[in-house]
Every structure is written in structure tokens, then in C-alpha cells.
Write a protein that binds this ligand. Structure first.
Ligand code: PLP
Length: 392
């Protein structure tokens, strides 16, 4: 029967140790979660600054619903372009120091739409090997030639640029702070190579937005590279605590996206409450740097505690700590053990990460207390003693 495919595929995933299930959260997104009916400390959220349940965002969303209602009614190009969309876009542009910005319904939609709007079958895209699935899919949809360079390997990127045909466009795409490894792309070198070889640059700041000084705008702003990056993409659903995504850049880039980007054109506009949350979040991020400072302190405490326990952490200096286990099954067992101790650190397996690099992706929040960190370190210490952590 043709439909046997469904059961057979599930069986195959189970046998490969790659079967996934949903966990249920009751209550709000905080440093602790009510997960499948049990309270656990949450080290598996991108709500890095703790804004997802901040009263200012909740109030802004409620006020927007009272004033504008719930839905946007249509796509932006029909009748769904509300004043709040433009207000948020002006706010993002100011935050990022760009001429303009355009909001997208999600980061996934942004990446799968922006890339095909920039390049096509006659062009070449250069993509870091650890770029997010939405970037990979965006490259595929563009039907451009895709050159994947080893993670952050600038020699390989340069060779690829040298070998690319001189006709056709070139686009280099990278995350700035990598989602699963927590390390930074060498943005300055990337921009220099792009300038030398006539390539456009697109940077995904999904995990960097809200995190870096001076004002939380991202790694591009911290390095002063804004003028030299054509496409600054980012999301509103991680450190900014809400939902949605954006592209920031020139006015012409915004206009091109409005005209060419299928994931912008053919979808219902985000609702007013989501816009209002984004506006409130950017104000908090800009005006309250103390959240970033506490987040950095929490990262330092947990990182040095885990290293003290002899855990192998990736090269991350950020709020994303990858604890590499290797084997997918062992990784999930480690995660389950921690959960049994009240600590939620999600195991991440292929295809999200390359085979043999399954890991606990431990993420810190500014709202974690000293006691939360102590509880985590105790669970990791016990995992060492019970040898759970060695079964890779
Ligand atoms: C680097 C990166 N880009 C894009 C996305 C997609 O963003 P969104 O969750 O808003 O669809 C993610 C989210 O997981 C991500 O990690």
C-alpha cells in the first residue's frame, strides 16, 4: 500500500535513533518550565534575555489587540500592511543602523525567501557548512550553484570565490553566532573577501541579536561592519522574546524584497500584537544593558563549572554551550538523565547537527539564578559519577 511509507519511515527513524517527540509545556517560558507536568530548570530556550514573558511585551501585545484587533486580514501587499508593521520596521532600521528594514513572518520564511530573491540558476552561493536548515533550503530554492565551505574556513571560501565564474552573481551567507555551536563567524574576513571578489554578503543574526554590546543590535554592529553587509537578517523570536523576523539593509533592498520575495508576498501579514511585542522588546534591549551583563555572568559561571568537571565544550564563548557527546543515542540518554534530575538540556542529533556530533545544546538565560546554575552543575557532576556522561 502506498501509505505504508508513513509507518515504515517512522520505523526507520526509530531504528536509527532519530525519532523525535514533542514535550508539552504548561505555563510560561521562564528559567523554569512546567514540562510534561514537572517543574524543571530550563537550559533549552532561545529566550536568552528572559523577555518572552516580560510585562512590557505582554502589555504592548494586549494594548495592540485592544486597538487593532487580532488578525491582519491579508498579505502586506493587499490590505494587511498596518501602521504597526511600518513602526516596527523603522524601529529595527534604527536599532541596526540601516536605511530600512522589512519584517517577515519567521526566520525560516525570511531565509527561504531572501536568498532566491538575490540569486538564481546562473549564480553561486557560498554557504558555511554549519548554516541553519532555513539557509540551506533557501539556497536550494534559489537553484543557484551551492558551494559549501568548511565551518569558518576562510582559505576554502577564498578558493571557491577564485574559482567561481566571473559572470553571474556571488553571495556569501553565514550566521554570525552559530545556533548549535555558539561560536562566531569571522565576519571581518568574510566581508574583506567579498569585497575583493565582488560578492554580496548576507548574515543571519538570529542568535546574535540582543546579545552583543554596545546596544544589543548584533555582531555586525559590534564590529562596525553594517555598511559592508548587504543583508542583515535576524529574528524577533529568540532574545527579543516575541515572534517573527526581519531583514535590515538599504531602502532598495527592502523594495526588492517587497517585489521579489515569495515568502513575503504570498503570506498573511503578522498580526498587530506581534508587531507591538517587537517594538517593546527593542526598547528593552537598547535601554537595559544589565540583562546582557547578567547573561554573560551566568555563561561564565556555567562554562567554568562544566570545564571544572572536565566536560568537553565546543569553542563557544557565548550563551550557547555545546557539550559534545558524539553518539545520538548516548546523547539522548544523557539528556534524559539530566531531566530526571530536574535539568532540561535538550539533546541535538542529526540532521540538525552533523553525524557523530550529537550534543547537549545548553543555553543560558539572564533570568537564571545562582541556584538554577548550582542545580545544573550538581546534575552534571552526578552524571560524571554515574558514568552516564561517558557512554558516547
Ligand atoms: C540561525 C537561524 N536562522 C533562522 C532560524 C529560523 O528562525 P524562526 O524560528 O524565526 O523561524 C533559526 C531558528 O531556529 C536559526 O537558528
Amino acid at each position: 500500500m502506498p501509505q505504508d511509507f508513513v509507518e515504515n519511515e517512522l520505523l526507520r527513524l526509530r531504528e536509527a535513533g532519530l525519532y523525535r517527540t514533542l514535550r508539552r509545556v504548561d505555563g510560561d517560558q521562564g528559567p523554569t518550565l512546567l514540562l510534561d507536568g514537572r517543574e524543571v530548570v530550563n537550559f533549552s530556550s532561545n529566550n536568552y534575555l528572559g523577555l518572552a514573558n516580560h510585562p512590557a511585551l505582554c502589555q504592548a501585545a494586549k494594548a495592540a489587540i485592544d486597538r487593532y484587533g487580532c488578525g491582519s486580514g491579508a498579505s502586506r501587499l493587499i490590505s494587511g500592511n498596518m501602521a504597526l508593521h511600518e513602526e516596527l520596521e523603522a524601529k529595527i532600521a534604527e536599532f541596526k543602523g540601516t536605511e530600512a528594514a522589512l519584517v517577515f513572518n519567521s526566520g525560516f520564511q525570511a531565509n527561504t525567501g531572501i536568498i532566491p530573491a538575490l540569486v538564481g540558476p546562473d549564480d553561486v552561493v557560498f554557504s558555511d557548512a554549519l548554516n541553519h536548515a532555513s539557509i540551506i533550503d533557501g539556497c536550494r530554492l534559489a537553484r543557484a550553484k551551492i558551494v559549501v565551505y568548511e565551518h569558518c574556513d576562510m582559505d576554502q571560501l577564498q578558493r571557491g570565490l577564485q574559482e567561481a565564474p566571473s559572470d553571474g552573481r556571488k553571495l556569501i551567507i553565514t550566521e554570525s553566532l552559530f545556533s548549535m555551536d555558539g561560536d562566531e563567524a569571522p565576519l571581518k574576513e568574510i566581508v574583506e573577501l567579498a569585497e575583493r571578489y565582488g560578492a554580496m554578503v548576507m548574515v543571519d543574526e538570529a542568535h546574535a541579536t540582543g546579545i552583543y554590546e554596545p546596544n544589543g543590535a548584533g555582531l555586525i554592529a559590534k564590529l562596525g561592519l553594517g555598511e559592508r553587509v548587504l543583508v542583515q537578517m535576524g529574528t524577533l523570536g529568540k532574545a527579543l522574546g516575541g515572534f517573527g523576523a526581519y531583514v535590515a539593509g538599504s531602502k532598495a533592498l527592502r523594495e526588492l524584497m517587497i517585489n521579489r520575495c515569495r515568502s513575503f508576498v504570498f503570506t498573511t501579514a503578522l498580526p498587530p500584537a506581534v508587531m507591538a511585542m517587537g517594538i517593546a522588546a527593542i526598547d528593552l534591549v537598547k535601554n537595559e544593558p544589565e540583562r546582557r551583563q547578567v547573561l554573560r555572568r551566568n555563561c561564565d559561571t556555567l562554562r567554568s563549572g562544566l570545564r571544572g568537571l572536565d566536560y568537553r565544550l565546543g569553542a563557544s564563548g557565548s550563551q550557547i554551550l555545546p557539550l559534545i557527546v558524539g553518539d545520538a543515542d548516548a546523547c539522548m540518554k544523557f539528556s534524559e538523565y539530566l531531566l530526571s534530575r530536574g535539568v532540561f538540556a535538550q539533546g541535538i542529533r542529526p540532521p540538525t547537527v552533523p553525524p557523530g556530533t550529537s550534543r547537549l545544546r545548553i543555553t543560558l538565560m539572564a533570568t537564571h539564578t545562582h541556584e538554577h546554575l548550582r542545580q545544573a552543575l550538581k546534575a552534571f557532576e552526578d552524571a560524571k559519577e554515574s558514568r552516564i556522561a561517558d557512554r558516547g
